[in-house]
Design a protein around this ligand. Structure first.
Ligand SMILES: Cc1cc2nc3c(=O)[nH]c(=O)nc-3n(C[C@H](O)[C@H](O)[C@H](O)COP(=O)(O)O)c2cc1C
Length: 189
């Protein structure tokens, strides 16, 4: 099967590790990215997500950088912003607390995907990362106990192209028909 066509934005996206240290993330661009996340679908429209945002040079960013693992600290501070994604893990004391926490991580991932696609449309690059002090961030930001810190997202103007080939498992290994493991295009679907 020929390689299927997808949006150039998706095909060309890379998790870059080289950012323009002089680029400043415009408030409008940051708001657009967060707005894209806000409009993601979620179980029962529970919207179990929240974001912690620091732009390079501000107080939040300084504090966030301290929490990065060495592997991420090598490249992420140069990005224009560090955004951290958190999701609700249980209904909280709020009256309108989401009731769909079993799907909250799924919902958050989808919101982050939308944020990153919007960033790409604005000419910006995102690199998500897990290597940071999750407990430290929860404490620093006073994240409530029924919320879970998940990932960080470095956002900025990518300047260094990633040279490693971009690899993925083939479609035959991830898309099945009626039987798990049997490629959908060989199953009469
Ligand atoms: C949940 C999650 C955690 C990640 N954690 C890290 C990380 O700690 N450090 C890192 O360099 N990249 C991290 N990445 C980036 C992945 O390594 C990257 O997306 C993957 O290698 C595919 O590369 P691509 O995004 O350029 O296609 C993470 C990505 C996701 C979605």
């Amino acid at each position: 099967m020929a390689e299927p066509t997808i949006l150039p934005l998706l095909r060309e996206r890379r998790s870059v590790r080289g950012y323009d240290e002089t680029h400043e993330l415009a408030t409008d661009d940051l708001a657009s990215m967060l707005e894209a996340a806000r409009w993601a679908p979620s179980a029962g429209n529970s919207q179990p997500w929240a974001f912690l945002v620091g732009r390079r040079g501000d107080v939040a960013h300084h504090a966030f950088v301290e929490l990065l693992a060495p592997s991420v600290r090598r490249w992420a501070p140069a990005a224009s912003a560090l955004v951290f994604a958190v999701h609700q893990t249980a209904s909280g004391p709020e009256e309108d607390a989401p009731l769909y926490s079993d799907y909250a991580a799924y919902d958050l991932g989808q919101a982050v995907a939308q944020l990153c696609v919007q960033a790409g449309a604005l000419g910006l690059s995102c690199h998500q990362f897990a290597a940071f002090d999750h407990d430290g961030l929860a404490e620093l930001a006073a994240v409530p106990p029924h919320w879970s810190v998940t990932t960080g997202i470095a956002v900025g103007l990518g300047v260094v192209s990633e040279v490693a080939p971009r690899t993925r498992r083939p479609l035959a290994e991830i898309a099945y028909g009626a039987r798990f493991g049997r490629p959908w295009f060989r199953d009469g679907c």
